[in-house]
Ligand binder design. Sequence first.
Ligand SMILES: *[C@@H]1O[C@H](CO)[C@@H](O)[C@H](O)[C@H]1NC(C)=O
Ligand SMILES: *[C@@H]1O[C@H](CO)[C@@H](O)[C@H](O)[C@H]1NC(C)=O
Ligand SMILES: *[C@@H]1O[C@H](CO)[C@@H](O)[C@H](O)[C@H]1NC(C)=O
Length: 749
Amino acid sequence: MVLMLAPRAVGRGCPGKMRVYYGLLVSVILFQCAHARASSLSMAFVYPEARRNESVVDDYHGTKIHDPYRWLEDPDSNETKEFIEAENKITRPYLDACPVKADVNARLTELWNYPKYSCPFRRGDRYFFYKNTGLQNQNVLYVQDSLDGEPRVFLDPNTLSEDGTVALSGSRFTEDGATFAYGLSASGSDWITIHMRDVATGEDYPEVLEKVKFASMSWSKDNKGLFYSRYPEQTGKTDGSETEVNRDQKLCYHRLGSPQADDVIVVEFPEEPLWRIGAEVTDCGRYLIVSPVKDCRDNLLFFADLSKQAEINGKLPLTQLVFKFEADYEYITNEGSVCIFRTNKNAPNYRLIKIDLHNPAEENWETLIPEHPSDVLDWASAVDNDKLVIHYVRDVKSVLQLHSMASGALMQTFDLDVGSVVGFSGKKEQREIFYHFMSFLTPGVIYHVDFTKKPFTPTVFREVEVKGFDASQYEAKQIFYSSKDGTKVPMFIVSKKGLPRDGSNPALVYGYGGFNINIQPSFSVTRLVFMQHFGGVVAIPNIRGGGEYGERWHNAGRLLNKQNVFDDFQAAAEYLIKENYTRPDLITIQGGSNGGLLVAACANQRPDLYGAAIVQVGVLDMLRFHKFTIGHAWVSDYGSADDADQFRNLLAYSPLHNIYTPKEGSPQYPATLVLTADHDDRVVPLHSLKFVAALQHAAGAAPPQTRPLLARVDTKAGHGTGKPTAKIIDEHTDILCFMTQALGLKFVK
Ligand SMILES: *[C@@H]1O[C@H](CO)[C@@H](O)[C@H](O)[C@H]1NC(C)=O
Ligand SMILES: *[C@@H]1O[C@H](CO)[C@@H](O)[C@H](O)[C@H]1NC(C)=O
Ligand SMILES: *[C@@H]1O[C@H](CO)[C@@H](O)[C@H](O)[C@H]1NC(C)=O
């Protein structure tokens, strides 16, 4: 198991958080009647006048909803392209006019330029690790014959495109380490192509597997073939700039060295076109565990006994283990027919259970490690033959433990500072592990534990340093504040030591709040620049909807409870103001994807609390998100407008449907920057485009609205995964410059 900071659910199609740390682990109608507005920094805005088609009206359970910018849902129309161009044309000069842009960019680039490493991991008799020398667009995979051997480049994605926009996305070695299957994604799309490399020669096999997205990859243990999930051929484009719904995923088996056309479908559920099919060959090689998922939580379980197949030539006979979508089940390891799964069935903080494949009725399941009353069992990995490494999240911080696989008993806790385990490598048949620790003020330490030597004492294998960063000048703390309904919510607050608490500091408040995802401490160069050069305070409230306190915390912020997420975020800003860390006109709120929804909803609901809002790749049309690409998978968090109660709930907060026109004497919108990109096929750009058109239309010309309302639409980029370093630095420069311009911040060298 090699773990990087990419929750499984996200990789398989859920909205996903923005990568906040960049260690290792991506017609003619416009312009008529344009009107000018002045910003607080007296820059004139001429917002594009997007055409409104008032005759587009939908009837939701008797309620008529206008959708005047429906035409922006077509990414290929000239009119949409012209709208994007017109938006960039007003945004670019505003950002470029930032007097300290060169300084911000230079400092970001300078601090970014430190080497980043993943945990090493052994496959066959070689070691591998990812490294980025500092500013390389993509991380490079190295191979070495021993841990202290000379590293050689094994795969360098930087050589695959001029501009670094081809990225490695998913990979799997065969059990013998002889073959490497790897996914490549172009321009940030979720679509990948899978390639196979002979590890000894470094040569690729001729075949390329296409139409792959949200795929699990798992080799048969005879090293001969790969189970992977793919979509059928679809008409039109499949480069990530299209919006078609992803349906009819199949699990296929590919025989190494043969063309994809010869692949066989081994599992499909034709009557369930929206299921995504995950699969994992068990550690022993005998079974294939198949785990269909239809949205962003809960899966079914099936298995196939591969030992009963002389050849894999078609559909595998499946035995069903779990019949209802009501909990998560994740295969960890097995001993014979007894498998260990991590589940939240009757255990909102998760537990480990044993299921005997030959006696699988639920009443025969056994608990191996019971649910902890407060700590969340976040992941588990079999190591050193008979042990389990368990990662718990305790009040948002990592706890790493070693347990007995036989009894589940705790053997040892590996001491950690306050922070996060962001990477791990180790396998059942290997006698060592590596884990990667990171925190707000710790750029990265990789530890090694050798199980052949008792006691099991972690040693520092590698520690990275960031030139120009002195951790002793900063402080990070965790506080708990009360939300609207009295719920205690944890929040990290990070800043330079000794900042005056007089309300004069700018603050950057980042949140996500959804999909059972934890926002744990991480190291971020951009935040460092904000703290070091703008005297900024960084605040990260761990609001409901996330997984910080297990399924209960998630449930308290999803479906009809979604408003709690926004209330928690607003209460975080109120706390920071009350405690004199900052004041409203110096607060920037930032979030991506589901967090973009958070930020936009909060700007609509409490514009008085914030000076600026950074809405990245947001889900903003809550009535129609399920109609595009993988949006249908998010109904488990949001519900769907097809249901009357859920429709009313969605309509109450949907950013696109709650935009107001600031009246004389009422608060204006925070300065708003909406970011999206042409190849975002996770949260399609139409959300951002429709939102910004509506926002500019409703608020752009209102007299109180002096702050800018802008969109930045990138090209050859997607939802965030695999984004080249150069593009990330450009984007972060723009965000800091937007804040500087809009809030009147000072950059101090
Ligand atoms: C406006 O929307 C209606 C309803 O979808 C459609 O029939 C019409 O063609 C649209 N008009 C324009 C100018 O796009
Ligand atoms: C779109 O623009 C291109 C290039 O300007 C032009 O050739 C094409 O005819 C336009 N298409 C439509 C449908 O107007
Ligand atoms: C915040 O600052 C103001 C002005 O300096 C002061 O009067 C007030 O007591 C401070 N409040 C807190 C909670 O520190």
